[in-house]
Design a protein around this ligand. Structure first.
Ligand SMILES: Cc1cc2nc3c(=O)[nH]c(=O)nc-3n(C[C@H](O)[C@H](O)[C@H](O)COP(=O)(O)OP(=O)(O)OC[C@H]3O[C@@H](n4cnc5c(N)ncnc54)[C@H](O)[C@@H]3O)c2cc1C
Length: 542
């Protein structure tokens, strides 16, 4: 692209991911305000992006992903773990799993209790609601109608989901028909950000409706090298576009929305970070802020995997060929059927110990076999349950590997470094086995492929966790919001010590929520837009 309408703007937004698209749309609603949105990746034209069931293919496509890996993880036998991030218009919302979950209400009350005024559940709920057009819920105070982002209940989930739901019922768990209501606990079908059988990304929901505004410029394939800071004030950004280095000026503010890996990297390249570490790379220090890059954490998971010759699951096989051919035809003709679904259709939020005040594990059912190769679509048949640790205690860091903005930073989530992180995962694997052993699954004839029947003791399961745990792509916290010295941004999302500079994306979460992260990032950006424009916050709900 470039819809470049000059080089001096009121607001410059770095990164057109989930948050950047929301901000560009909201800030440019006023035609008198000039906004520039800058994205390192290309336009979102790749066909894998738009077909929901091709999510695994989309996230593995190198031309639209940064292709990041973690540093070798000490507690995972030295393994490196993939960390896909969208490098494309829409950012990670263009390659994500489209699951629509906001987290537990108590998570936001915890943010507020830690000093982040304005971020309690009652205060953030109106922003979730404003962003949403929920096709399924009418008249609920927890849901929006007419907002930009379309949310649906999956119309024809795979039949194996019924087995999962029956299994949970037989084990006396509670059914939940709205995981985004006041109580997240229980099992049920999940909702997804899908519109008319196609992915609903930050672009389709927020950016496309705004793209023709004369006051909005969108630059793609433009890598931001650094924020220009003069006399402790952000005055613009330096970018590389088509082999040329250029400056884009910001009269009012620069908003960094590069995501949990990109945002701390950009701040550090701009001389905002740990002074000693920056000097070691020869980067002039604009503001010593050691919290930049720290507090990095992610949801992690491991799974119990079943294989079967029964062909009910999603998957490619000779038996399933006629059905697959019909599904392709059905999708092309009607935008319906399995290809219009995001595959991850049911789950449960479960407390690993009854005494907890909220669920700490997410039990995700997948009606598809896990490939042991890098092939992006399921080969053969099976089903599995992933156990996601919602509140990891382990903390790591994003650090520069080089002063070159083109070099990947060091990504170290330090997975399973906190010993407390093992127990909920071990308990979750045991629960997954119980679920899969209920009569509800008997007719599918699955046999456990991993961990395997011989992996039974706590020690053996811990070894299995070290060998298999990976992230579920929800990195957060590396530019944390807060009031203490460790905070990078204030509760107004202003970078401490530098004027005219904010961060708004998943990196500002002080702590991950008990759920998926895209909707919370949308909420953060919606609220950030109001704060930037000096608008009165929406009245608390309900
Ligand atoms: C594979 C995958 C599956 C997921 N599944 C789900 C799910 O099902 N449900 C859910 O709720 N969440 C899911 N998530 C998480 C969710 O998508 C993210 O939390 C969310 O998109 C993060 O938004 P963000 O704005 O913080 O960052 P991003 O969306 O990653 O945006 C950052 C943008 O900044 C750009 N950028 C970075 N550095 C620069 C630079 N120097 N110059 C210019 N541009 C730059 C990037 O290219 C990118 O476009 C998933 C994520 C992934 C990767």
């Amino acid at each position: 692209m470039s819809r470049d309408k000059g080089t001096l703007f009121d607001y410059v937004i770095v990164g057109a991911g989930t948050a950047g698209c929301v901000l560009a749309s909201r800030l440019s609603e006023d035609p008198a305000i000039r906004v520039c949105l800058i994205e390192a990746g290309p336009k979102d034209r790749h066909p894998f992006i738009h077909v929901p069931a091709l999510v695994a293919a989309a996230l593995a496509t190198p031309s639209i992903s940064w292709g990041y890996w973690t540093a070798p993880q000490r507690n995972l036998n030295g393994r490196k773990v993939p960390v896909p991030r969208g490098r494309v218009l829409g950012g990670s919302s263009s390659i994500n799993g489209m699951v629509y979950i906001r987290g537990n209400p108590k998570d936001y009350d915890d943010w507020a209790a830690a000093g982040n005024q304005g971020w309690s559940y009652r205060e953030v709920l109106p922003y979730f609601v404003r962003s949403e057009n929920n096709e399924a819920f009418d008249g609920s105070p927890y849901h929006g109608k007419g907002g930009p982002m379309n949310v649906i209940s999956i119309k024809r989930p795979n039949a194996l989901n019924t087995a999962f739901l029956r299994a949970m019922q037989s084990l006396q768990y509670r059914h939940n028909d709205d995981f985004n209501g006041p109580d997240t606990e229980g099992y049920g079908l999940r909702q997804g950000t899908i519109r008319g059988g196609r992915r609903e990304s930050g672009v389709t929901a927020f950016l496309e409706p705004a793209i023709n505004r004369p006051n909005l410029s969108v630059l793609t394939r433009a890598l931001v090298h650094r924020v220009v800071i003069e006399n402790r004030r952000a005055t613009g950004v330096e970018i590389q576009l088509g082999g040329e280095t250029r400056r884009i000026g910001a009269r009012r503010e620069v908003i960094v929305s590069g995501g949990s890996i990109g945002s701390p990297q950009i701040l550090m390249l701009s001389g905002v970070g740990d002074g000693v570490a920056l000097q070691a790379f020869g980067i002039p220090v604009n503001h010593h802020l050691p919290g930049v890059g720290a507090n990095y954490h992610d949801h992690v998971a491991s799974s119990v995997q079943m294989v079967t010759s029964n062909s009910t699951s999603y998957g490619i096989s000779l038996k399933a060929l006629p059905r697959g051919a019909w599904n392709i035809f059905e999708y092309l003709l009607l935008r319906q059927g399995p290809l219009a679904s995001n595959v991850f259709e049911s789950h449960a939020f479960v407390k690993s110990t009854n005494s907890l005040d909220r669920p700490d594990t997410q039990i995700v059912f997948q009606p598809a076999r896990r490939n042991q190769s890098t092939f992006p679509l399921p080969l053969g048949h099976g089903y599995n349950i992933s156990v996601v640790l919602l509140y990891p205690r382990s903390r790591g860091r994003i650090a520069l590997s080089s002063p070159d903005p083109r070099a990947a930073p060091i990504i170290d989530p330090n997975i399973l470094s906190a010993p407390e992180d093992f127990e909920p995962l071990v308990g979750g694997l045991r629960l997954a086995r119980r679920i899969l052993a209920t009569p509800a699954f008997a007719r599918y004839g699955g046999t456990e492929f991993l961990p395997g029947a011989n992996v039974e003791s706590d020690d053996a399961l811990k070894d299995y966790l070290r060998a298999t745990t990976a992230t579920v792509f929800h990195p957060a916290g590396s530019c944390r919001m807060g009031v203490g010295d460790a905070a990078v941004v204030t509760p107004a999302l202003k970078v401490r010590g530098v004027d005219g500079l904010r961060v708004a994306d998943a990196s500002v979460f002080p702590r991950l929520m008990g759920g998926n992260t895209n909707a919370p990032v949308v909420m953060v950006a919606e609220k950030a837009a109001d704060m930037i424009l000096g608008r009165t916050p929406l009245p608390p709900l309900p």
